[in-house]
Design a protein around this ligand. Sequence first.
Ligand code: MTE
Ligand code: MO
Length: 383
Amino acid sequence: SDYSQEPSRHPSLRINAKEPFNAEPPRKTLISSYVTPVDFFYKRNHGPIPIVDDIERYRVTICGLLENPKDISMADIRKLPKYDVAATLQCAGNRRTAMSKRKTVKGVGWDVSAIGNAIWGGAKLSDVLELVGIPKLTSSTPLGGKHVEFVSIDKCKEENGGPYKASIPLNQATNPESDVLLAYEMNGETLNRDHGYPLRAIVPGIIGARSVKWLDSVNISSEVCQGFFMQKDYKMFPPTVNWDNIDWSTRRPQMDFPVQCVICSLEDVDVVKHRKITISGYAVSGGGRGIERVDVSIDGGKTWLETTRYQKTGVPYIADDSSSDKWAWVFFEAVAEIPQSAEIVAKAVDIAANVQPENVDDIWNLRGILNTSWHRVHVRVGH
Ligand code: MTE
Ligand code: MO
């Protein structure tokens, strides 16, 4: 594969793999703004970044179990109502490095920044599907279509040189409230090559792997996508499954993300000058479930202190309030006086009262996905 035409990237990104390019920002940079600047948004790829240089001729093919398949141009997409949706994208492999410290896992190592929050601009998939005769809120087409498969133009070795692909259920795709987009803008700018130019899927509330970049076609199918990343990857296994006894067919492709929370104001092992410190970071849950609470501890989890939460600076965050961004992360903050040395912990609760597991051991899995265990950092007061 050819990596000679990769775009340029911000030098502060931490590179986890060069080819394909996988990189994340430093954690302090990550929480310096609620909307993650494009330069600092994590980049997660499985092959070289494709080049689409003739935008006039670019088409996305809507095909499969349909009476009237159609090739749709960017002009057609832009004619549809444009929505700007604040949505946090998180890779299922976020915090994998910490999980692999417990016991080795397979996959690109990530610290805590394989996540970002952007304002995605584009057409709703429910409107696009209407162009090919699929009404809103349908779960099955007359020809038996029940899933919407997104197929890319990139080339991945896991697909033996074929394109990256993934699918979502048709009833999610045709429901305007699920805010699934075919996005052509990120933070008000034209989507750049790294993030899917000219057009990508954005599926809010579920793992990043389903938000397929560089769309080539949208295929209406009777079954779940059979691609590698749906069937042989991004599935959740119990800690007892290893590479000798794994049976991929026993599990569903992971969709929703569980409740997550990370301290970003401190490194995993940090030295601070003063006893009074600010503990801040992000919390997010899947499926549009808001964050109910974030608690922090300065004694390794014996006692807890509730943090303040916000999306827009200075405005207290209330889940489900009409002013909150349903699909977006929440920042939390607490100030505490710590002893000479302290283990600081953070954990979040979502509005369905889901909590994070205390120990990584309980959720360890061979692919190292969904590490949502309590985030712990060790801090010492010194020079
Ligand atoms: N789409 C294509 N075509 N190829 C890919 O490798 N990676 C997926 C998803 N969409 C991928 C893709 C994964 S695993 C994640 S987490 C997100 O894109 C990352 O999106 P980003 O690079 O814009 O942050
Ligand atoms: Mo991912």
